[in-house]
Design a protein around this ligand. Structure first.
Ligand code: 13P
Ligand code: SF4
Length: 302
């Protein structure tokens, strides 16, 4: 087994040779974030995938993120080093269920969270991420909006629009774990800390938070704040970037068991193997990709 320094060197050499770019989500293990060219939230990584000048994208995240990159850049080779890294929330609605919803509410627009399969994106009018969901919904002409699959993000958006939001009943198994008791206990321990949570949290947790933002939004908020202490209600991988970018801040996880197992399936060995073998490659059939791309492009244009 290679030691970490040698592995990093080999990855960097191979990356150059293959004209590859490594993208990593904010929840990735620290060693993976440290080797990445860009670390970000879903929206930032989608924008990067659409605009980067490279032949290969190594996507360190979960499957729907790599699929989105492949939809936006079909000419690029998109690699997902851990091919079994999935997002359980994305599996909570099927294309057939979405078709039934459309039949039941023919006057409604369909907004899909980026945490969906390519087929569900293809059946939607517009995509959104946690950082632009409110703007996306408010950009629509329709008064009724079917929002899939995250019921918590849907309810969060409903606070900032006069449109009627029809949420699907999906949720993130990691953010669903946070309860109001977690927030109350953390506030007792750290009475001067601000509470910042991700909009995938339950409404009763969001009610107790001082600020709500996407993963990169949380990092930006903390780094630009003049406050010294924060309680963070999202997956613990985010702490790595915060420690690097604003080491003077004290940040406490709302729960240290908030770990997305799928996000932790990528490691340096798998990144190296993916670059070496140019595999596992993620592709999306063209008939689905064309429709899914329309929903993603409409979001990116906002
Ligand atoms: P962000 O777009 O905020 O990074 O969220 C992605 C995600 O999967 C959160 O659980
Ligand atoms: Fe999916 Fe939740 Fe993991 Fe994000 S944290 S990838 S929503 S399971």
């Amino acid at each position: 087994m290679l030691d970490e320094t040698k592995l990093r060197e080999k990855i960097l050499r191979l990356k150059q040779k293959r004209h590859a770019i490594i993208l990593a989500h904010n929840y990735q293990p620290g060693e993976v974030q440290d080797i990445a060219d860009i670390v970000g939230d879903s929206l930032e990584l989608s924008r990067a995938a659409a605009s980067l000048d490279c032949e290969v994208i190594v996507f360190c995240g979960v499957d729907f993120m790599a699929e989105t990159a492949a939809i936006l850049s079909p000419q690029k080779h998109v690699l997902l080093p851990a091919p079994d890294a999935c997002c359980p929330m994305a599996e909570m609605i099927t294309p057939g269920e979405l078709t039934l919803l459309r039949e039941r509410y023919p006057d409604a627009a369909v907004v899909c969270y980026v945490n969906t399969t390519a087929e569900v994106k293809a059946g939607s009018d517009i995509c959104c991420t946690s950082s632009n969901a409110v703007n996306v919904v408010n950009s629509l002409d329709e008064q009724r909006v079917i929002f899939v699959p995250d019921r918590n993000l849907a309810r969060y958006v409903a606070r900032f629009t006069d449109k009627e939001i029809l949420p699907w009943d999906g949720y993130c198994i990691v953010h669903e774990q946070f309860t109001p008791d977690h927030v109350r206990e953390a506030k007792q321990h750290y009475p001067n800390a601000e509470v910042i949570v991700h909009p995938e949290c339950r409404p009763e947790v969001i009610d107790l938070a001082d600020h709500v933002a996407s993963t990169s939004g949380i990092i930006r908020y903390i780094c630009s704040s003049d406050k010294p202490e924060f309680i963070i209600g999202t997956e613990v991988g985010i702490l790595h970037r915060i420690k690097k970018e604003c080491p003077e801040k004290q940040c406490y996880p709302l729960s240290d068991t908030a770990i997305c197992r799928n996000m932790k399936k990528t490691d340096l060995t798998k990144v190296y193997a993916a670059l070496l073998h140019n595999s596992p490659r993620i592709t999306v059939p063209e008939t689905i990709a064309i429709k899914a791309r329309a929903a993603i492009d409409r979001m990116l244009a906002i």
